[in-house]
Design a protein around this ligand. Structure first.
Ligand SMILES: [Zn+2]
Length: 81
């Protein structure tokens, strides 16, 4: 059974908002930063792109607080009535 998340082997796929580079961050690292960043529970932990130093955001990440960050812009819901 495959879950709905984009988690791959316990990692979170981060995407650079500028150059679209992707990087897998270990889930425990992301959760660690998410825990440290407890003052802004609506803001996902972010990392800097190694290519262009822009902000990287998680493609999909479910926080320990139950908040789901979903930035899969390429995946549009195609609902038709
Ligand atoms: Zn970049």
């Amino acid at each position: 059974m495959r879950s709905t998340g984009a988690l791959t082997n316990g990692s979170v796929n981060y995407i650079c908002q500028s150059c679209k580079a992707e990087e897998l961050i270990p889930l425990d690292v992301v959760e660690h930063f998410d825990f440290l960043d407890g003052g802004a529970p609506l803001d996902p932990p972010k990392f800097s792109c190694q290519n262009c130093h822009s902000e990287m955001v998680p493609e999909y990440f479910r926080s320990h607080t139950g908040i789901v960050y979903d930035n899969r812009a390429g995946v549009k819901e195609d609902k038709q009535i």
